[in-house]
Ligand binder design. Structure first.
Ligand code: ATP
Ligand code: MG
Length: 357
């Protein structure tokens, strides 16, 4: 079993879009495995895309949210608020098989649906980390890991891969997701603030700050301190993914390269001091011994596919199964999908996913 969290401490970098594309393509490439997306972002964007997109997906979300027994992440969290320190082992009840709602994905793909009620529940979740047993924080931070274990028990003897989509803030749900994960995928975009966001991920998750960092010297996150104190697993960096490489598409690649190189320098510094924070892959690969090999193992770049990307998200059609053509129906609107747009992203997604174990 592998559990990947897709997170960056910055909004709008493509966490949800990539969760949707990666999980659906991973399920298509690995039909013998069970694949589960756990959506712990209250915006539920990846759930909406998986369940059919802007119109159908939103209607499906509405139906799932208004059912009496809410089969969503909030339904699970409600149960855990009632039983914070004793695991009821009911997590698998919250699974939805995505193809029941969206026939464009393969039948081995499941979802724990996102839910805006997470925002309302957050104070109760936080307060459960304080009173109670001395290691209350640890118990609460194992709720999502417990959910994953329940799902693995449901799919007994089958190989399970989990992708968790988070919101950008370092909220209780993000730290609970990190505590449930073995591996971290960090998407970033090619703008000026991306470097700061990646530095902040490194500092919040791994407690590493460089002397010129804006974070006050020596200060580390509660997550970092408690993970060490309770000897809990911290996910290893699996990939950092430059997403929406727009400038590259229209030829001004150099500004873009600059950001990618800056971020690589940051992450390379972490590698040099603590390679154990990284997951060398694929299994059995030699440990990178120079920056070039390091980059080819850990950096990936996904381009912007313009209208094709919009169509993909808006209709819940994974990029890897999209076809070109005129007059495609995008929720009642006719759009043309050019092969050249698909060529910008489809091979990228397929290749990126083939690198995920
Ligand atoms: N590679 C891409 N090509 C084209 N559009 C993209 C790409 N990646 C993301 N987008 C679009 O960019 C927007 C922001 O992406 P997304 O919602 O996935 O970001 P996010 O990091 O999940 O945001 P948030 O922090 O709000 O959760 C969306 O409209 C999405 O469809
Ligand atoms: Mg998102």
């Amino acid at each position: 079993m592998s559990v990947y969290t897709i997170w960056n401490n910055k909004g709008g970098v493509g966490k949800s879009y990539l969760t949707f594309q990666i999980a659906s393509e991973y399920a298509r490439q690995n039909k013998e495995k069970k694949v589960v997306v756990i959506d712990v972002c209250p915006q539920a964007n990846s759930s909406s895309m998986l369940l059919g997109g802007m119109v159908i997906g939103e209607d499906n979300l509405q139906d799932i949210h208004s059912a009496t027994n809410k089969k969503t992440i909030s339904g699970y969290v409600d149960e855990r608020i009632l039983s914070p320190y004793v695991n009821p082992r009911t997590g698998a009840n919250y699974l939805t098989q995505v193809c029941q709602y969206n026939d464009k994905v393969s039948d081995n793909l499941y979802l724990v649906v996102g839910d805006e009620s997470l925002e309302l529940q957050a104070p109760q979740v936080l307060s459960a980390t304080r009173p109670g047993p001395q290691d209350a924080w640890r118990h609460v931070h194992l709720w999502f890991r417990g959910l994953v274990d329940d799902i693995q028990d449901r799919f007994v003897d089958e190989d399970l891969t989990v992708f968790i989509d988070c919101n950008p803030s370092f909220s209780i749900y993000t730290t609970m997701a990190l505590a449930a994960s073995d591996r971290l995928i960090i998407p970033f975009s090619a703008d000026g603030s991306s470097k700061r966001a990646v530095k902040s991920v490194i500092s919040l998750v791994y407690g590493k700050t460089r002397s010129h960092s804006s974070t006050s010297a020596g200060a580390t996150s509660e997550y970092h301190r408690n993970s060490a104190a309770y000897r809990m697993q911290v996910p290893k960096i699996y990939m950092y993914v430059g997403n929406r490489m727009t400038q590259m598409n229209d030829g001004s690649a150099s500004a873009f390269k600059h950001v990618v190189n800056d971020i690589t320098d940051e992450i390379w510094t972490v590698w040099q001091t603590d390679p154990s924070s990284f997951q060398v892959h694929p299994d059995g690969s030699a440990t990178p011994n120079n920056k070039k090999v390091f980059k080819s193992m850990f950096l990936y770049e996904i381009k912007d596919a313009n209208t094709a990307s919009v169509f993909s998200g808006a209709t819940g059609t994974p990029m890897s199964v999209m076809t070109a053509g005129p007059s495609k129906n995008m929720n009642g609107k006719r759009v043309t999908i050019n092969q050249s747009q698909l060529d910008k992203q489809k091979p990228n997604i397929i290749d990126l996913v083939s690198r995920i174990e």
